[in-house]
Design a protein around this ligand. Sequence first.
Ligand code: APR
Ligand code: PHB
Length: 401
Amino acid sequence: MSHSKRTQVAIIGAGPSGLLLGALLHRAGIDNIILERQTPDYVLSRIRAGILEQVSVDLLHEAGVGQGVSSGGTVHHSIELVFANKRHPIDVTRLTDGKVVTAYGQTEVTKDLMEHRTLKGLQTIYEAQDVALHNFDSKHPSITYKVGGTTHTLQADFIAGCDGFHGVSRASLPSGAVREYEKVYPFGWLGILADVPPVSPHAIVYANSERGFALCSMRSMTRSRYYVQCPIDDKVEDWSDERFWNELKSRLDPELAGKIITGPSIEKSIAPLRSFVAEPMRFGSLFLAGDAAHIVPPTGAKGLNLASTDVKYLSSAFIEFFKENSSAGIDNYSARCLKRIWRAERFSWWLTTLMHRFPDTEGFGQKVQEAELDYLVHSEALSKSLAENYVGLPLNFGEHA
Ligand code: APR
Ligand code: PHB
């Protein structure tokens, strides 16, 4: 009995990066198989980001899975900044000549992509254990993995490492092959999901306060997502729902705080904040994409969007290789991605630094943050810079300058 298979692109990880890559490749007639360590339910149980740039929405349509975001997404034309107890709208659409962002949960994106894969009969091997990469410095890479105790081999032309920050792909690289840049922030985000109407259904609210950062977001008109900055070693058990709601309200302006509708949380978790980039993103036949190669703190809502654009560049590169017999795209993949990634890293670091209370923020730091925020909301130039980064810079930004 043979346990060996072959495909053109072997994808590790069935998160948004791996699933979107699989859909884009399938659309172009390129075979792919996904290996995922967890079960589909486990993958869908992770609550993550929720704001899509137009480029990401366009990619879902291009991949043939745009129906869900069209019917279930909420288009936002502005964001609101709260500081010194006052709310200030930033009219993102006016500042970017008509661009918008769409609130649609990563869980929904993942679910749409999983259903599409099933519908098209594309293979995803869930609960694949002990995934190991071989010969990726050659043109004949392969992967071994176990299902139910039996070892299998998957041969491929290319391997796409879409297995997140803790995945096996980056960890398989020889030491010295990759340079890692990292910044860990001295706090976390406590997030809750609750089936209550969002306090601000038309604009995400970002709040700077002396008690720390807070964020008001949504998943739908009946489901809200809220966050408060918390000490990194806090435990979820330390935070009753009541404590959470009181803390959230204390960080908003009084008018908004008065409008919050509270209810029981249906999910509550604490996430650390980190900036991380691994360079380069290609090693022979292995390509990293999404969280496997980079992490941004969630403040700028860039994680899922960066994953989408990596995968756009990667699918175009593979399509060029298989259909046009050209290696130009794969040779340029890492450099092209990293330009966009560092721009998003800068934006996410800047917004995180501006909005959070740091151990050394104290009185002076707080006043400087408030002065910068005040400058920002009154300066067309700074507001424009925030807005154009928030909606996402164009895919080819700076490429033909
Ligand atoms: N073998 C097989 N699969 C693995 C392995 C492994 N050794 N290690 C990890 N995986 C799987 C994980 O179980 C997960 O389902 O890879 C998948 C990676 O998915 P994500 O972590 O969601 O990463 P990605 O698809 O790049 O999505 C990036 O997620 O964290 C957010 O902000 C981030 O929104 C962005 C998005
Ligand atoms: C979310 O809805 O989860 C969300 C929104 C905006 C962010 C981060 C997270 O900046």
